[in-house]
Design a protein around this ligand. Sequence first.
Ligand code: ADP
Ligand code: MG
Length: 238
Amino acid sequence: MSALTLSNVTKSFGKTEVIAGVDLNVEPGEFCVFVGPSGCGKSTLLRMIAGLEDVTSGDVTIGGNRVNDVAPAKREIAMVFQSYALYPHLTVRDNMGLALKQAGASKAEISGATEKASGMLGLQPLLERRPAELSGGQRQRVAIGRAIVRRPKLFLFDEPLSNLDAALRVATRIEIARLHRELGATMIYVTHDQVEAMTLADKIVVLRAGRVEQVGRPMDLYNDPANTFVAGFIGSPQ
Ligand code: ADP
Ligand code: MG
C-alpha cells in the first residue's frame, strides 16, 4: 500500500482554483520533493496532506485512510514549517515534549523520546533554553526534533531551510538526509530550490500553477525533462 495517495485533488479559494487536479503516489520510506515556483500551490498541497486545509474535491489518503476521517491526534504526521512555529514561553525540552504530553504519554515516555530526539540532533545542551535564546539554525533543529519525538510515519517539510544562511542550509540539509536514512519514514519536502530537490529526493514532483508537470527520479528529470518548464527548473542546459 502507498504511504500517501492523492486522487484528483483540487482546491479553490473562492472562484480561484489553485490546485487543479493532482494525482500522486508516494511509497513508504520515500523522500518525495515538491518543487515549483512561488505561488504554484506547494504549501496548499502540503496543508491538505496534513489535513490542515480541506480539499475542494478529490481524496488525500494516508496509509489507506482518508486524512479527514482520522482524528488530528491520531494522524501520524508531523509538519516542519519555514517559520519554526515554536512556543516562545516553553523551553526546548517542553516544546519537544508537548505533543506527547497532549496525547497523554507518561513523563518517562516523554523524557525518553525527548532525550533520544535531542541526541539525534545534538540538542542536549539547549534543552533548558527558550526559543528567544537560540539562533535560527538551532530553532529549526528544535522544530525538526519536535517532529521526530512523535515518531510520525509521515514528515511534511515546508521550505524548512529558507530562513537559514547558506552554510546552515547545507548543514541542515545533510542532517535531514541523515534523519531520513535513520528513521526510514516517508518524507514530503517542499522547496523552490533545485539543489535541495536534486540532492534530497528519491522522487521529484514538479508543480506549475496547481498542476503536476512531471514526476520522476532526479536524474531522469534532469536528463529527460518533459518540457521546457521542467528543463528550466531542473533539467540540464539545452
Ligand atoms: P507556494 O507554497 O507554492 O508558494 P501557495 O500554496 O502558498 O504557493 O499558494 C498558491 C496560491 O494560492 C497562491 O496564488 C496564493 O495566493 C493562493 N492562496 C494560498 N492560500 C490562500 C488563502 N488562504 N486564501 C486565498 N488564496 C490563497
Ligand atoms: Mg509555500
